[in-house]
Ligand binder design. Structure first.
Ligand code: CAO
Length: 416
């Protein structure tokens, strides 16, 4: 099967997580992704948090599948020359260096555009160009704080909290992938490349849009009725942390199931959808609540919503999280067990759909990684192992017209 991005060559000048997540996605869909890495060391994640001595760490292997690795010292004149050739023959360059690093290397947007006017140059930075913090280097948790996620995550009586989901890193990479694909479509029309820039702050904020909604509602009416602080607590002039409350119009909470005393994940998420009140009452064996004025409407329930959640926890006390969901699903109640990484890793449905895949690796043996979360009717992305450092150096240089002697010479000066 021809893959949709086959024939698109991408120079992957990325490291750590945000950039690699983007280029990995494009590689799954068929792009020829050449990861350019510093000779000798490569992407820092190759040896961060290693679980097997001398083998690439999972942090690297899980973000760099389906790619080639070319080692190149792009600060040396010989390395720069190779990079220039590669730029002339590529469609996209993706980078997520610290601010100004590419310019200092001699590859400003103007220079790249001069070398290949059709090339799309895609960058991740912590903050967008011109922002008063645009000189800052940024990692995941910094972005979560700068993008509004931390101040709105966690419990009201605790500190701002970081989410485990990579809202700053992988999420920004996904935004960048959308930008690159858009620019590629644009190039089909105009014949011209362009610069695509995504900041981690903007990408986090884009996912926190309902909190920006809430800020405006708060300023207008002084309270937020779906937050646990309503109606008994106080609101200040900023969106508070709402614990596990639902962010939409339906209240929900994480509720204890059988075994919670010893199992920290014996919980489900339970949602009280307004129009599902009758089935909820039936599922819980509380038919008397259906027409009781104290329970019948969402407005009537809100002042004592935690008492309702407590009653539901009583019903859950003799059911495991899986048993509970099996009952509630029959009543069309939006809910799910709180799943652990162990449960997800062994979930047969996720294996069958290719969302979690096992990949053989030359040095590690096989490892688990995520596959494409995007499913197509005509494409089943196949995940292949991440490359060893410099594994494809010769192959890529040969494709650029370098002879065996040229490659030997480049090795002599440690440019590759
Ligand atoms: N050959 C020679 N030099 C190379 C090279 C190569 N193949 N690849 C990279 N380099 C050099 C760069 O030119 C740069 O050198 P200078 O600083 O001297 O100009 C240096 O290596 C990389 O610098 P950096 O600032 O990117 O790296 P860092 O470890 O200090 O910072 C990070 C890492 C992630 C904080 C920073 O890159 C950053 O802020 N990136 C943008 C935001 C981002 O993507 N963050 C998410 C990371 S995922 O958690």
């Amino acid at each position: 099967m021809t893959k949709p991005l086959e024939g698109i060559r991408i120079i992957d000048f990325t490291h750590v997580q945000a950039g690699p997540a983007c280029t990995q996605l494009l590689a799954w869909f068929g792009a020829d992704v050449i990861k350019v890495e510093r000779p000798g060391s490569g992407d820092v994640t190759r040896n961060q948090l290693r679980d097997i001595p001398d083998a690439d760490a999972l942090y690297f292997t899980m973000l760099n599948s389906n790619k080639k690795s070319l080692t190149l010292d792009t600060k040396k004149p010989e390395g720069k020359e190779v990079l220039e050739k590669l730029i002339r023959e590529s469609d996209v360059l993706v980078e997520n260096f610290g601010p100004g690093a590419l310019d200092r290397m001699g590859f400003s947007w103007e220079r790249l555009n001069e070398l290949n006017p059709k090339m799309i140059v895609a960058s991740v930075k912590g903050f967008s160009d011109g922002h008063h913090y645009d000189d800052l280097k940024v990692y995941e948790n910094v972005a979560q704080c700068a993008g509004g996620a931390a101040s709105t995550t966690g419990f009201w009586d605790g500190p701002p909290t970081i989410s485990a989901a990579a809202l700053g890193d992988s999420n920004t990479g996904m935004h960048l992938a959308i930008g690159i694909l858009t620019a590629l479509l644009g190039r089909d029309k105009t014949g011209k490349g362009q610069k695509v820039a995504v900041s981690m702050q903007d990408s986090v904020l884009n996912l926190c849009r309902v909190k920006l909604r809430d800020q405006q509602r708060l300023e207008r009416v002084g309270y937020l009725e779906e937050y646990p602080q309503y109606p008994h607590g106080e609101f200040s002039d900023v969106v508070p942390r709402g614990g596990n409350a639902g962010g939409g119009g339906q209240p929900g909470w994480v509720l204890k199931c059988k075994g919670w005393e010893t199992d920290p994940n014996a919980y489900i998420y339970f949602t009280i959808q307004g129009h599902a009140w009758e089935p909820i009452c039936k599922a819980l064996g509380k038919p008397e609540w259906i027409d009781d004025p104290a329970y019948k409407t969402a407005e009537a329930r809100q002042p004592h919503i935690f008492e309702i959640f407590k009653t539901i926890e009583g019903w859950l006390a003799d059911k495991t999280k899986f048993e509970a969901v099996d009952i509630l699903r029959k009543f069309d109640i939006p809910c799910a067990p709180v799943l652990t990484m162990k449960e997800l890793a062994n979930d047969p449905s996720l294996r069958a759909s290719g969302t979690i895949v096992e990949v053989p690796h030359k040095k590690r043996g096989s490892y688990l990684t995520v596959g494409s979360p995007i499913k197509f009717s005509d494409l089943k992305p196949e995940v292949t192992a991440s490359p060893l450092l410099g594994e494809h150096t010769e192959e890529v240089l040969a494709s650029l017209g370098y002879s065996k002697q040229d490659i030997f010479n480049l090795r002599e000066v440690k440019a590759v």
